[in-house]
Design a binder for this molecule. Structure first.
Ligand code: CDP
Ligand code: MG
Length: 136
């Protein structure tokens, strides 16, 4: 069935600073996820806290927000067949040590916090996250 979706992807500071942006983008485009929008930005800790507020009760929340705002990131809208799930599969498990071979986190992730990429986990959250970074 035809189910073209959009999802939000972020290349996190650890990957941007190691110049992995183009390699990661190639993984998306080679797997039929088109990059509709892309911008390199450096967000504040307050913006990161707003973006990750679903995690506000977690013990790692403060470090996570400090980390996402610690350096430039690349935010992208990916579009393609079942894009939300397709992107999650390409990313691999949250902890790079548990990620499958050839996934982005297995290839490039350093640790559970420096795991190179973010991806929306549902179509509903994808809409919210795209709106967060690409309103008008
Ligand atoms: O990113 P993903 O959706 O796979 O994982 P999450 O459970 O939504 O957690 C968001 C982010 O918090 C992860 O990507 C990790 O960078 C970070 N995290 C962490 O630092 N320590 C944990 N125990 C779990 C997540
Ligand atoms: Mg998540």
């Amino acid at each position: 069935m035809n189910n073209i979706e959009q999802t939000l992807s972020i290349i996190k500071p650890d990957a941007v600073e190691r110049n992995l942006t183009d390699e990661i983008k190639k993984i998306f485009t080679n797997n039929n996820l088109n990059i509709k929008e892309s911008k390199k930005i450096h967000i504040t800790k307050d913006e990161a806290s707003e973006f990750y507020k679903v995690h506000q009760s977690k013990p790692f929340y403060n470090d996570l927000c400090a980390y996402l705002s610690s350096g430039p990131i690349v935010v992208m809208i990916l579009e393609g067949q079942n894009a939300v799930l397709a992107n999650r599969k390409l990313m691999g498990a949250t902890n790079p040590k548990e990620a499958e071979e050839k996934t982005i986190r297995k290839l490039y992730g350093i640790s559970i916090d420096k795991n190179s990429v973010h991806g929306s986990d549902s179509t509903e959250n994808a809409k919210k996250e795209i709106e967060f970074f690409f309103k008008n």
